[in-house]
Design a protein around this ligand. Structure first.
Ligand SMILES: Nc1ncnc2c1ncn2[C@@H]1O[C@H](COP(=O)(O)OP(=O)(O)OP(=O)(O)O)[C@@H](O)[C@H]1O
Length: 242
């Protein structure tokens, strides 16, 4: 007799956030603004967290703090790298730079368009830096530019001359071409047309299935309903006199 035993496996942890707090000191007003206070959550491989909350609730600030564009005021964000655990709240800048290159992606609607670099080269760059041959990286870059609806005539043109929506599509193709372990998504669909939003959701679905963990704010949260594992609602900020 052949008995198949299936042992449920829990996906490996990617990020454990404990008591994370971010304040902005407004010295000229002698006030402290709590962008978020004492946040706890855990994110595992292949999981997707939707961040919710009204304007000014601290959603972008939380993503930027996890990407370490901001230093938190307190708490921890234990990130499980391929080699070991590192606290994003206190890690050295040099370690953060390595993680940003290899494991943690930040996706916004804004492209930092460099002058005189073709769209296809902009998109191919992360693959090139990861060791893919130029010709192969370009083929893949063109595939993703096409998938996000950037017209073929624009692939060799400079994104600094593109419309806002076209720049956003180049940005998404670049940000999502190379699978990361953790993706921080800050309103990536804002001002995208329907086809590009569909292409983005399709790519996020593939990445989730391959184990990429994601946390994001979405202008159209209904786009990602099928991906959500947890929702975190942030509350409006608290302001204290110093
Ligand atoms: N660099 C900064 N200096 C001072 N205050 C800041 C700074 N960045 C953000 N804030 C404040 O922190 C609060 C949270 O801002 P944040 O952009 O994170 O909100 P949000 O939830 O993403 O809002 P929205 O939905 O409008 O994008 C706001 O009151 C904002 O003014």
């Amino acid at each position: 007799m052949n008995i198949e035993v299936s042992i449920p496996t829990t996906p490996a942890p990617v990020l454990r956030v404990e008591g994370l707090t971010k304040q902005f000191k407004m010295h000229h007003l002698k006030r402290t603004l709590f962008a978020f206070d004492n946040i706890d959550f855990e994110l595992r491989e292949g999981e997707f967290i939707l961040l919710k909350g009204e304007n000014g609730a601290g959603k972008s600030t939380l993503l930027r703090t996890l990407y370490r564009s901001y230093l938190p005021r307190g708490g921890h964000a234990y990130y499980h790298t391929r080699e070991g655990v590192i606290d994003l709240a206190s890690a050295a800048d040099v370690d953060i730079a390595v993680l940003r290159r290899r494991e943690i992606g930040f996706v916004t609607q804004f492209l930092n368009a460099r002058p005189r670099v073709a769209a296809e080269e902009v998109v191919a760059e992360p693959l090139r830096l990861a060791g893919t041959y130029h010709a192969e990286a370009l083929v893949e870059a063109r595939r993703w530019l096409g998938a996000f609806g950037v017209k073929k005539q624009l692939w060799a043109a400079y994104p600094s001359t593109f419309s806002g929506g076209e720049q956003q599509k180049v940005n998404l193709a670049r940000a999502l071409i190379l699978p990361q372990r953790l993706l921080l998504l800050d309103e990536p669909t804002a001002s995208l047309d329907r086809d590009a939003r569909n292409a983005l959701v399709e790519r996020l679905t593939q990445l989730k299935a391959s184990g990429v963990a994601m946390i994001g704010v979405f202008h159209h949260p209904e786009d990602v309903t099928g991906l959500i594992d947890q929702e975190i609602a942030l509350k409006a900020v608290k302001i204290e006199d110093q």
